[in-house]
Unconditional design. Sequence first.
Length: 367
Amino acid sequence: MRVLVWQWGRRGAGPRFAAELARAFSAIPGTEALLSLSSTAELLAAPDRPPCDLKMRTYASLGGFAARVASTPLIVPGLARWLRSQRVDVALCAMPAPMDLAMGAALHWAGVPFAVVVHDADAHPGDAFPMQILLQRWLLQGSGGVFALSTHVADRLRQQRLTQGKPLLMAALPPFVYGPAPPQAGAHGGKLRLLSFGRLLPYKGLDLLADSLALLGPRADLEVRVVGSGPESPELDRLRALPGVTVENRWVPEGEVGALLAWSDALVLSHREASQSGVAATAIAARRWLVATRVGGLTEQLGNEPMALLCDPAPESIAGALRTLLERAADPPPCTENLQRAWAGVAGSMVDGLRTLAPSLARERAA
């Protein structure tokens, strides 16, 4: 079976998730994966860049996006010819991005069924591209199946009636590796290094983090960095004013993520809502402690993680979890699941689901 995995985002975890899936698919006997990324994806400039079979020119601005949408009728026939020439049996959108409808149309032209991995069923407050959820819904309508990364997302898709008449399949978000293995948490021998990392948007609960750190009070054994990109806000100003806290409002390039994790001993996810968390998956791979709120899909994702401390989305509960973390952080990190085994398990179940989308593949498997 030849599977095309595509993800046309330029930055963030989407391209890496697609590349890891393609690698894991190709390790399954009888399965060969092709990968398509945006030609300007940060991952393609990284030292560990994956082989990419189709680099798609996307856009770099809202005006560029509009121009690419206008040229879709010219793009689709060429994509369809490429799909036929590569004998693609089935395709998978690893994470929806704005240009996906062009690929969806090309797949229909080429007679190739496809599925979509849904990370978020709803837009997060403050999302910079609110049209993305509408575009995702249009893509789902033309798909043959849907993978949800948490039961929280699956339930929302059912409520929105976006899976009627097509299989809704479950998957998971395995740990993400960025660069070489970092030193053990706490190996530096100094104060606990706590990191809040990711988009600096309202749903991340930055106000909860500021309140919980204020309750915790000044600590000589704690250093906090808040790193990510987003609009300036009163919450960020409050965090900057707290002793021992620094805020870096900037985009973190792909090549810097590993170093940022290596600096940290633990990560805090003070979310008010969440489908699941790519930051949490990255922290697990780096064997970092986690303090996370019980919201959305985080409970499901982290409930069995030995290095995760779950708490309520309230300042008192987060502060209590941070106190527990400060007491436990000096303990040796517990053993975690083999990363390759985690990706192999997810990839295997997804390949089984993809086979059901193509009648010829289903008949081949039955035989």
